[in-house]
Design a protein around this ligand. Structure first.
Ligand code: HBI
Length: 362
């Protein structure tokens, strides 16, 4: 902590769709873990409110009980906001209301209507980190209201993610992401295999990766949280002969042992991926990333240098990219991770955002 910056007391309120450490919270779980660890290293004090059953290293977690929120991407755009009885989301924010005076700032990581609606009722300022692209009219509307009433309190991963929302009052902050590079080991010489990482859910279009592996006659390793079993079964039926092996949701150190030995990571987002933490995890291992040119990955991958950006939803484009992988220098991939996606850079971006919010508040 430099002399010019005071230590902040921060209350993080996690995503209500699954306990931390289970993978149900998708990319925002990893983001929360990395941001929290780095801000503590920078001398700030943190408390994390998270669902019962959350465990993660030595992170200071207060576990809150209650029923999980339905995941937003399974709803329609015009689905009314819904809350289960004994809602975990409501319970987390009631706890936050009670303890708010002990903190300088509350940081919301839930992609849900309630925290935005509650913002004017709180005395302590709230920073909202929006973790996905626009998915619902109700959320778009309330985010617009908070951006207008509390300018500068809305943060995104990337500009392309922010652009999916209707016009928002500036300033908007783009925090990008970052990972603990020491957990990822560079691999100069891969095996003849491909990998796909992510929650197994329709918006991730795993079927395109399996089709690509089949056309290039390469085995495909699949890692990530099994979010939609029916979707997975349908893929199995559609591709009975695929050389695809599902390895489950592995902790980072185990996951990177598989990823680092692969020729490339395939990313096949059907939606506008807000960021794509899996892309920088692969780069950190020296693994080129081949992705549809949409959303976060299009802002991460240097086309032709650290991977390839492909016409969205074109399996043939993915196949052509796989056949061009010898053009990529794997060390360039690792270097990009080191220069753009280190934890230090991530922590400084969040710290700067938080200090701006507190300065605005005076
Ligand atoms: N859905 N309702 C809801 N709330 C969240 O916080 C949420 C979600 N779906 C997915 C999700 N968060 C995370 O996996 C992404 O933010 C990465």
């Amino acid at each position: 902590m430099s002399a010019f910056k005071k230590a902040l007391k921060l209350l993080f309120v996690s995503t209500p769709v699954g306990p931390l450490g289970t993978g149900l919270g998708g990319g925002v779980e990893l983001s929360l873990y990395n941001i929290a660890k780095q801000l503590i290293r920078q001398g700030h004090q943190l408390q994390i409110l998270a669902p019962q059953g959350s465990t993660w290293d030595d992170l200071p977690i207060a576990e809150i009980s209650g029923n999980l929120q339905v995941i937003a991407q399974s709803q329609e755009r015009n689905t009314p906001v819904n809350m289960p009885e004994n809602p975990l989301l409501g319970n987390m924010w009631e706890y936050a209301r009670q303890v708010q005076s002990e903190y300088d700032l509350i940081v919301n990581l839930a992609y849900d209507w309630l925290p935005f609606y509650l913002t004017p009722f709180f005395q302590t300022p709230i920073a909202h980190f929006v973790s996905m692209g626009s998915l619902s009219d109700a959320l778009d509307f309330i985010i617009q209201q908070v951006a207008k009433q509390f300018p500068g309190t809305i943060g995104f991963y990337t500009p392309s993610q922010a652009a999916t929302f209707p016009e928002l009052t500036p300033p908007l902050y783009h925090l990008s992401s970052g990972i603990d590079l020491s957990l990822y080991e560079f691999c100069p010489q891969p095996k003849e295999q491909l990998v796909w990482l992510g929650r197994i859910s329709p918006e991730k279009a795993l079927e395109d990766a399996i089709a690509t592996a089949q056309k290039t006659n390469l085995p495909l390793y699949i890692l990530g949280k099994m979010q939609d079993e029916a979707y997975w079964e349908k893929i199995r039926q559609d591709y009975p002969n695929a050389r695809a092996e599902y390895l489950g949701f592995l902790p980072t150190t185990e996951m990177q042992k598989v990823v680092r030995e692969c020729k490339a990571l395939l990313m096949t987002p059907r939606w506008v991926e807000a960021f794509g933490n899996v892309a920088i995890e692969a780069l950190a291992c020296g693994v080129p990333v081949i992705s549809y040119a949409r959303g976060g990955p299009a802002e991460i991958i240097r086309d032709g240098q650290t991977g390839f950006l492909v016409e969205p939803d074109s399996v043939q484009g993915l196949v052509d990219a796989v056949l061009s992988l010898d053009k990529i220098n794997r060390y360039t991939c690792r270097q990009q991770a080191e220069t753009e996606f280190s934890l230090e850079a991530l922590g400084l971006r969040f710290e700067e955002w938080f200090l701006k919010i507190l300065d605005t508040r005076g």
